[in-house]
Design a protein around this ligand. Structure first.
Ligand code: ZN
Length: 276
């Protein structure tokens, strides 16, 4: 039996970035540990979702435990920092946010858990946190420092495959355009606007930098139910959960990682297992 520790910024990140990987590890008899830096206090929540007097963080903690149960996570820990909110918001600098945390101090909290678990694999995020959220960037920095302190050498940086997403979007746009053309008899396909370069540069990683592609198709149902457990953030009518099974699998059926300190030589296939 090996141990996998997944380090995340907020409740629900664990499902989207590593839900299938966690479910697969558990199903194969490995120990799985989830560490979440904050309780997601700054998430948006639709009116009427919380009960009277209930704080969002309370709801998000219970959602995390429910999702963890679905994925077969053996241990859940919160580091106790406060959600910093999106980059540039005044909330970034409020007391106890993860973004303002001292990296060494935060890393020692995580390293304490790593010392107890002695994991074969630690997952963190890529160096811009996938999309530039301060808490996600901090997961990268704190995660690397903690791995150093605890002597964990196999560190995988969860990311999104920018090229894969772009081709999915192009396919969808082409299919939609073809449908419009069929309906109206006008064979003029609508060409989608290319994504804004600045945003695109910040979103996920180019495929060339990615070393690992983990096929989680077998655990896609667990991944979907775990996402649904975070109903305050991913309500049933969200686009995530409105996707048909096939589209959901296309978008979330693979999880992508960059192994720290490693490159995939040109033309070499992806590594398909998280284990060293
Ligand atoms: Zn997050």
């Amino acid at each position: 039996m090996s141990t996998l520790v997944c380090f995340h910024a907020h409740p629900d990140d664990e499902c989207i970035a590593t839900g299938g990987t966690l479910a697969a590890a558990h199903a194969n008899g490995h120990r799985t540990v989830l560490v979440v830096a904050t309780r997601g206090e700054r998430g948006e929540v639709a009116p009427g979702v919380l009960s009277d007097g209930e704080a969002l963080w309370e709801r998000r903690i219970s959602e995390t435990f429910r999702a963890a149960e679905v994925l077969g996570v053996d241990r859940v820990e919160f580091l106790g920092y406060v959600d910093s909110g999106m980059m540039g918001e005044p909330t970034n600098d409020t007391p106890y946010t993860f973004w303002t945390a001292d990296i060494d101090a935060a890393a020692r909290r995580l390293a304490t858990i790593l010392d107890e678990e002695r994991p074969e694999v630690l997952t963190i995020y890529d160096d811009h946190g996938g999309y530039g959220h301060p808490d996600h960037i901090q997961v990268h920095r704190v995660g690397l420092r903690a791995a150093g302190l605890a002597g964990v050498s196999h560190v995988l940086q969860a990311t999104m495959n920018r090229d894969h997403i772009r081709s999915l979007l192009e396919e969808r746009a082409a299919a939609a355009a073809a449908e419009v053309a069929n309906e109206s008899g006008v064979p003029e396909p609508e060409v989608p606007e290319p994504p804004d370069e600045a945003t695109e540069a910040e979103f996920g990683s180019p495929e060339a930098l990615i070393t690992h592609r983990i096929d989680v198709g077998e655990w896609i149902a667990a991944k979907r139910s775990a996402m649904a457990a975070h109903a305050s953030q991913i309500p049933p009518d969200s686009w995530f959960l409105q996707l048909g099974d096939e589209e959901f699998a296309a978008a979330f059926g693979a999880e992508w990682f960059i192994r720290t300190g490693s490159v995939r030589p040109d033309g070499e296939p992806f590594v398909t297992t998280i284990w060293p």
